[in-house]
Design a protein around this ligand. Sequence first.
Ligand code: PLP
Length: 359
Amino acid sequence: SRPFNFSAGPAMLPELVLRRAMDEMLDWHGSGMCVAEMSHRGKEFMSIAERAEADLRDLLAIPANYKVLFLQGGASSQFAMIPMNLLGRGNGADYLNTGSWSKKAIAEAKRFGPVHVAATTEASRFTRAPAQDELALRDEAAYVHYTPNETIEGVEFPYVPEVGDKPLVADMSSTILSRPIEVARFGLIYAGAQKNIGPAGLTIVIVREDLIGSPIAGAPTMFDYRTHADNDSMYNTPPTYAWYLAGLVFAWLKDLGGLQAMAEINERKAAALYAAIDESGFYANPVDPSARSWMNVPFTLADPDLDATFLTEAKAAGLLTLKGHRSVGGMRASIYNAMPEEGVRALITFMQDFERRYG
Ligand code: PLP
């Protein structure tokens, strides 16, 4: 009965999660408190925090030699925190430049040391992923950074880059939990929560223990992974309510059958939407089919003068926030985990009807 919200983030949350949060709002499990009112060091919140971490570890099968950190500052703070903590391990870092978010990560890393762009797809206007044999990786690199899913361009790597013994660092903000991954292939995974994890304000970092503990000189206490790893992410006040809601999302995912079950649903949703776009002469998606994102589907209308009408009518039909990112224009349907298949079907029906009337 609620409208379907295609926002890129903050994004839709599962209705069951919102209902559960509502039920628990005034009195969490007989504590007499809302979670937002609890001390982060009290036994009630500690149990919420531990449960959330255990469920996330379970969902992603995170090996025991990885720490899971629940931080603030967004993925954008990680653009700085990563070079601050890892650059000392080698001579500069290798970055793959595959879209707007990797560009931002590169710009920030350059403030801390040399950055080598080991591959770029800018010449194709970021409409594909580079192949493994296009990656000019250096032996002396401290780490290799890439963005598995570019939220703005809708480009997703169809493979995990092979980087030898160097730590692979991945900005998974818009793809984490959309499918199973092999965590051991990564040195560090980070994600802002506001797409597939929960509300904004929480940032998850999954980091191999041996990468913690040698930050650059002068790194602020809050920007040293050691600070958070040694204090169970409670060195200072963590984003408690966002952590709690993330825990409800993890429990929802487990009830659904875990990430394999989620991946099957996501694959079906994306396949249906891309097929509808490709079969029409009216809508277009510029991304190479091998690298099309399961989560973010940008598309254009044959006549951009119809964009405003499309958005107005979509909203009236209960399909919200379809406007594309200002840098690429057109439309973008973000279809994260919480978007039900029914929502994608409703979007496709609307698009086909719109094309019949205006195409
Ligand atoms: N990286 C990616 C891939 C994103 O999609 C976003 C936000 O949309 C960010 C980084 C920035 O995240 P934050 O706003 O949490 O700093």
